[in-house]
Each structure stands twice: as C-alpha cells, then as structure tokens.
Design a binder for this molecule. Sequence first.
Ligand code: HAM
Length: 435
Amino acid sequence: MIFPYIGAHPTITTDPSERVKYRSIKGTKDILPGDVEAWQHLERTIQEVMQTYQYREIRTPAFESTALFSRSIGELTDIVSKEMYTFIDRSQESLTLRPEGTAAVLRSYIQNSLADTSPLTKLYYIGPMFRQERPQAGRLRQFHQYGAEVIGGQDPILDADIIHLALQVNRALGLHQFSLRVNSVGCERCRPAYRTILTTFLAERTAELSDESKARLELNPLRVLDSKDERDRKATAKAPLMKDHLCAECRTHFEQLQEILRHTGTPFEVDGRLVRGLDYYTKTAFEITSPLLGAQDALAGGGRYDLLIEQLGGKPTPAVGFAAGVERLLIALSKQNSLPGISPGPRLYIVALGDAARQWAFRKALELRNKGYAVEMDFLGRSIKAQMRDANRSQATRVLVVGDNELAQGSFQLKEMASGQETVVSESQIESHLG
Ligand code: HAM
C-alpha cells in the first residue's frame, strides 16, 4: 500500500480554545499563511531597494553577550534597564536576546575586520528583535526590524543616503502617509554644557513634571523633552534645545544635512525635541512617523553614532544608520489597503480516485513540480466531490480528473476552473496546457 495514512481524517473540534494546551508568549505572534505573503513581499521589496542603494545583507546571531548591548545602548536607557531578555546560560555567561541590530552589526564589523575590505561599509539586516515592553498595538516583545548602517564616513551626504533609503523603502511599498523629523543631538564636546543648561532649567520646574520625567531628571534629562505627557510638554515648552547649543562642527554638519535634504527634494521638519531612546547617537538623529499608526507612531528611527565603534574596541570610525519596525510598516500598509493578496493557488489540481490513479497522480505531480509548475492533489483519500471542493478552495487554475478508466484509456479530462471549459488530453499533452 503506497498511501497507508489515507483515510485517517483528523477530528475537527468545534471549540478549539478548549483544547489548546500551550499558547504563544504574550507579546509574540505567529505569522500564519495568508499573512506571511505580505511579509515575503515586504522582504523582497527591502532586498530590491537595498540592492539599488548598494547595501549588502549581514546576518548576526539572535543573542550576544549582555555587555555588548549595555555598553552600546547605555546602562540608563529604558531598553537596558527594563526591557532586555537577559539570562545566564549553563556556562554562567550573561547573554541577551538582541533588542536591536546596530550593536551586533558593529561587533561583527570589528571582529571580522570588515574595514580592511573597503573604507566604506554599507550593510543591512532584517530579523527578530526582543524587548520586554508592555504589549499594545504596534508594540511587541518579539518584533522585527529591518535596518541599515553605513560605516566609515562622516559626510552628511551619508546621513542623507540613509534617510533616503528609509523613505524609498516606504515609497516602494506604496506607503503614502509618513513624515520625517530630524535633529542634532550634538557630540561629546557640546552636549555636556547643554546638559547643564537643561538640568538647571528643569530643576526649577520639577514639581510640574510627570513622575517618569522626575525620575529621568538626573540620569537622562534630555529624554524629558521627548516625553508625550501633557504636563511635561507644558513645563518644557520654553526649554533650551540642543540644536541651539551645538558646537561649530555639529552645527555645520546639521546645516549641511538640511541643505542636502532640501536639494534632493525631501520634505522634513526640524524637531529640536527629538531625542532617541538609545544613548549612542552623536550629531544627526531622525525619526519617520506615520499618522496611520496609533500611539506607537514611529515607523523608523536612526542617526549618527561616531563614537560607538571605538567604544566597542574598534578603531575610531564614524557611522550612521537606522532601523524600521516591520510590524508597524505592515499595520500602516494594511490601513491603506496596500497589502498584496495571498499567493496564487496551484496551476493544476489532480483529482484522483483509486489506488492506481493516486500513484499515477503523485508521480505526475512530482514530475510537473520538478519542472517548476505548482501542482496539488488530494492526500486524504477524499471522494471526487470533496476533491473538487478542495481544488476550488485552493484556487486551482485547472483540474485533471484521473480514475481507472482514464488510466486504461490514456486520456484525461482537463477542466479550466474560471471558464468551466473541459478538454480531453493525453498524458503527453498535459504540460502544454499549463501555460
Ligand atoms: P529604535 O528606535 O529603538 O532604534 O527602533 C527602530 C524601530 O523599531 C522603531 O521606530 C519601531 O518602528 C520599531 N520598534 C521598536 N520597538 C518595537 C516594539 N517593541 N514593537 C514593535 N516595533 C518596535 C533602533 O533600534 C536603532 N538600532 C536604530 C539605528 C540603527 N540607529 C542607528 N542604526
């Protein structure tokens, strides 16, 4: 017997929730058939745009040593202090599921001496990231980012290249509603003095601030400006901004970036309050938001991090990059009804009745699949009627009917599902009808 399992129909329960013993972890999601096609479309589009901008893909491990992330992202950030999935493995080493891609890419860049191959390295990545945040629409604990980093140059034209890349992926996906905000967060020369000015300003208004901002006051005062809380907004309405306290080098860099963006016809807004949630930025910081998203409206964020590679043990090397949330892009695209449909059904469905016909159908299906045609058949020993229903459900373009008589005569009925037109064909003619 070639199909011993045929006839073993699974029992379908009427209330599946009663039978589920294990559920996915809060803040994680299955990507099911029907949804995965949109992911594949998005991944293909990203790969195409990256190719046109000449960024090459890099894939790094899902976990790294904890110190890599705490050192790069900053001990005092929300990510490192509250959100990392950190664990001690069986060798007593502290490991962390990557909360973002940049640190790992730089670790790999240094470890594999990528600088030796080219003075400018342009890399991109797509993959899962992990942060233990409070799950809500557009905020997950396992989410996906695609991102890009250009390592080795400090010219603001590279900041513009990275920004254009992020915008171009949105456009290539057919997304219409998004906007770009840029800022400069200064450098190690101008930021300390500004920080003192800002701290003095905030100290006089402590009572008016939200509890979260009060807690941030001493350790991370710049983030108070970024708060969405109305009390903080009001209290800091007249706060001094970093962009007005930049050193000459940072100011020139920021002005040149704006000039390039204007020259290349990119609408943007300068937002002096934009402060990113990661500590490694110097000079440029930017975010792309979309009104199609709810409270979590950041589609992408990034900026320049000229000191980070040296901090991680590499040679002093300037760099700039960004990352975007894949789930958020998909939410925005679905709000616009711009997601692609599900993948097409088989070109041919072989309806077979009887053991000999099933053996023939299986061999024929393999032969045609190996030539590149999508072919499906029945694997559950169903009646002809049920097989026809299944062919319909799977959106097959054509159906070939095979029984003992057809095999004996060597002629088969081929039905075009859209028109209902039926043709009698010999075995050797089947392929030429698949179009
Ligand atoms: P980030 O702003 O932390 O930057 O994350 C980038 C994007 O990832 C966000 O704009 C958002 O779309 C998405 N995202 C972040 N957290 C979540 C979450 N919990 N659920 C769903 N989506 C989320 C970075 O990660 C930097 N590494 C970007 C970068 C690259 N800067 C320079 N190079």
